[in-house]
Design a protein around this ligand. Structure first.
Ligand code: KG4
Ligand code: ZN
Length: 337
């Protein structure tokens, strides 16, 4: 049995969690900075770093307390090494290094994107373990900074098939939300506004990029902007709900269509959808309904940034005999491999 304490501070959530055997969540503490950054309309790096410093110790203490463990009782300490904001990553990494040094426990520096994928294995401590995603699997990773199709033949084996050529899916949600005056973070705001809208009102072109597994969302963002300007120039009120619904369905069509096509082409036995945008209700419903193979999407609290997913990934690395030397450096840019 392994119990891993993980720390995650790559962006604007200070998080700590304890996970048993890479699946069973004993605790999952998250201090969100969303309200603070909402004032700036996005993440303000210096403010994020300062907030991490303030929240790190209480959040880690909370995670250990809820798991009823002392630092000496965990088997290893894991921390997000990248990708992310350097000033944010540094806070979690220094904390984890200090803890590893003080306790003598093995330390693992984990890739944040790998963590998002491993969120698909997590379950609550008081509930039975659901079926694990079956390999080979196709993972769609959609977050604020990434949109990628990753083929996994087995644990820890990644083949990156394609990624976004410009804006990430979550970034597109955030930017379009700003255009529509919906605030930050944009994903949940667009989803909410779209609930009262008709997705067929604006027929935005689907950016298929058919010959590749890549994505592109900046043209769609510009198309929404053009529609907004035309309506404003005509002096008409902005149909925010219709615009939000039409934008959302366009992104979801492309994400669902390409992921299923890739899963079929690579004969995947299952699909995993991960990252903050996998919290999107329409995406969850559509891909689950349309894919011919089982689809695994983490519960909402494990879709957005958290530390339980980092512990889940670390479990497999520890099992494979890996640890990271105490003097490791952060990696602001780091693809899964
Ligand atoms: O994975 P995450 O929490 O942080 C990064 O690693 O980037 O993803 C954050 C992104 C944001 O762009 C946010 O707008 C988006 O996930 N997001 C959503 C939803 N909830 C969060 N996008 C669409 N629909 C949602 N319900
Ligand atoms: Zn993330």
């Amino acid at each position: 049995m392994s119990r891993i304490l993980a720390i995650e501070t790559s962006c604007d959530e200070t998080a700590a969690a304890v996970v048993e055997d890479g699946r069973r969540v004993l605790s999952n503490a998250v201090a969100s900075q969303i309200e603070i950054h909402a004032r700036y309309g996005g993440v303000f790096p210096e403010v994020a770093s300062r907030q991490h410093i303030l929240a790190m110790l209480p959040v880690a203490e909370q995670a250990l307390q809820e798991a009823r463990l002392s630092p000496a009782e965990v088997d290893a300490i894991a921390v997000t090494r990248g990708p992310g904001l350097p000033g944010s990553l540094a806070v979690g990494i220094n904390f984890a290094k200090g803890l590893a040094l003080a306790t003598g426990k093995p330390l693992l520096g984990i890739n944040h994107l790998e963590g998002h994928i491993y969120a698909a294995w997590l379950h609550e401590a008081d509930q039975p373990a659901p079926a694990s995603p079956e390999f080979p699997l196709m993972a769609l990773l959609v977050s604020g900074g990434h949109t990628e199709l990753i083929f996994m033949e087995d644990h820890l084996r990644y083949q990156r098939l394609g990624s976004t050529r410009d804006d990430a899916a979550g970034e597109a949600f955030d930017k379009v939300a700003r255009m529509l005056g919906l605030g930050y973070p944009g994903g949940p705001a667009i989803q909410k506004a779209a609930a009262d809208g008709d997705p067929a009102v604006f027929a935005f072109t689907r950016p298929w990029l058919k010959e590749t597994w890549d994505f592109s969302f900046s043209g769609l963002k510009t198309a929404v902007l053009r529609a907004v300007r035309e309506i404003e120039a005509a002096g008409r009120p902005l149909p925010v709900a219709h615009l939000a619904a039409s934008f959302q369905v366009t992104v979801v069509d492309v994400l669902v269509g390409k992921t299923i096509k890739a899963a079929e082409a690579f004969e995947a036995k299952s699909i995993v959808v991960a990252g903050g945008v996998s919290a999107n209700q329409l995406l969850r419903e559509r891909i689950t309904a349309e894919a011919p193979m089982p689809v695994h999407i983490p519960p909402l609290r494990y879709c957005t940034d958290n530390a339980a997913m980092i512990a889940a990934a670390a479990h497999h690395r520890l099992n494979a005999g890996e640890t990271t030397p105490l003097n490791f450096d952060l990696k602001p840019r780091w693809e899964v491999s």
